[in-house]
Design a protein around this ligand. Structure first.
Ligand SMILES: Nc1ncnc2c1ncn2[C@@H]1O[C@H](COP(=O)(O)OP(=O)(O)OP(=O)(O)O)[C@@H](O)[C@H]1O
Ligand SMILES: [Mg+2]
Length: 247
């Protein structure tokens, strides 16, 4: 059974159709990269999956549960999905540890000590143990993004959604975030990521999905989609990427 299953997703913003009958399935432990032109709906799709946007038609199932059923409590669904954005969105007035434990303390009303112990363990695993007491402005961009990923991991999510998580980073800091995502993949985390960096998609994704006209119009293993795209729109897109020196 799929961890994530989207059927016939439709999303429009005041008459502008962004998702137009989109289907997407993601298997357990699978890493799927969403690629496509700016404005093709990658972020919108991730936000719909996390119930940050209400869809206009279609269904989304998480572990077989129909999460776009209006009777479903969105907070309960969001606890099972970790989401990380391009901008790290850490609270500047809170330490790394408080940033990471805010959600578990609030949503789960768990014991503070238990939440902190888990947070420290996760931070240690990504080499940030000694930064627990630091404020975000004392961290590099790469470190801040790794903290943001740790924060998304504290609920032990079933699914991680990563939206352009490396694009705000200086090139030399991209590597450490990439390593962290590769480690997550090795641990079996199911992930959907949107990216403009084809190198990133090639390195971590099991499958690449090309979005165009509100649908996934081509998909397959990265080697296949990048080397022998079959759809003319995919070819055109990749051609532009190659011209920009990003493939
Ligand atoms: N809240 C919103 N209100 C109105 N229009 C929106 C909203 N969010 C997204 N859009 C529009 O939906 C379309 C898809 O945007 P989206 O951010 O999903 O694209 P994207 O594929 O993530 O692009 P990028 O690669 O630049 O991140 C765009 O035309 C955008 O302007
Ligand atoms: Mg986007």
């Amino acid at each position: 059974m799929s961890v994530l299953s989207c059927r016939g997703l439709r999303k429009e913003f005041s008459g502008h159709v962004v998702l137009d009958g989109l289907d997407l399935d993601v298997a357990e432990h699978e890493v799927v990269a969403l690629i496509g032109a700016s404005g093709s709906g990658k972020s919108t799709l991730l936000r719909c999956v996390n119930l940050l946007e209400e869809i206009d038609d279609g269904t989304i199932h998480l572990d077989g549960e129909h999460i776009t059923d209006p009777r479903v409590n969105p907070d309960r669904v969001r606890q099972r999905i970790g989401i990380v954005f391009q901008s790290y969105n850490l609270f500047p007035h809170m330490t790394v540890l408080d940033n990471v434990t805010l959600a578990p303390r609030r949503v789960h009303r768990r014991e503070r000590a238990a939440a902190e112990a888990q947070a420290r363990e996760l931070l240690a695993r990504v080499g940030l143990a000694e930064k627990a007491g630091a404020y975000p402005d004392r961290l590099s961009g790469g470190q801040q993004q790794r903290v943001a990923i740790v924060r998304a991991l504290v609920n032990s999510p079933r699914l991680m959604l990563l939206d352009e998580v490396t694009s705000a980073l200086d090139p030399e800091l991209v590597g450490e975030v990439l390593t962290m995502i590769r480690d997550l993949k090795a641990q079996g985390m199911t992930m959907v990521l949107a990216t403009h960096e084809m190198g990133f998609a090639r390195q971590v994704a099991d499958r690449v999905c090309f979005l165009d006209g509100g649908k996934v119009i081509e998909q397959g293993p990265p080697e296949q989609v990048f080397a022998t795209p079959t759809h003319p729109r995919t070819r055109q897109f990749l051609h532009r990427i190659i011209e920009a020196g990003r493939l």
